[in-house]
Ligand binder design. Structure first.
Ligand code: FES
Length: 118
């Protein structure tokens, strides 16, 4: 069975080989509705919508501390696992995207977790 047999390419977007995403490294993937930020957080690959819920500015340069990112614009913090806003000035969550690894290839879901089945 090949990767294309198991993945619906409209739902899963290729990111990069896993070996190319070291600890604390990140990639931006163009999604159908917005860019997706994929981060290696202490060895765990996590992905969120690359848009802060405060003023919709990109999170790609966010400071990373474990599974928490701090927006580079006004320092709102978010949990990468749940998308929950952890500190002001953001109060709304950001979207979380599922990660799938096939062989050495990382894929990210095109839609945020809570919108996949709507
Ligand atoms: S845009 Fe992220 S905290 Fe303001």
């Amino acid at each position: 069975m090949t990767d294309t047999d198991t993945l619906n390419t409209t739902d899963w977007l290729p990111v990069c080989p896993q070996r190319e995403l070291g600890p604390d490294e990140r990639r931006i993937v163009s999604g159908p509705d917005c860019d997706i930020l994929v981060i290696n957080a202490d060895g765990v690959i996590l992905a969120v919508t690359n848009e802060c819920s405060h003023q919709a500015l990109p999170l790609s340069e966010a400071r990373l501390d474990g599974d928490v990112i701090a927006c580079p614009w006004h320092n709102a913090e978010f949990c990468l696992r749940t998308g929950e806003a952890l500190s002001a000035p953001a109060y709304e969550p950001i979207g979380c995207h599922d990660i799938r690894i096939e062989g050495d290839q990382i894929y990210v879901s095109a839609q945020p977790r809570d919108e996949q089945h709507s």
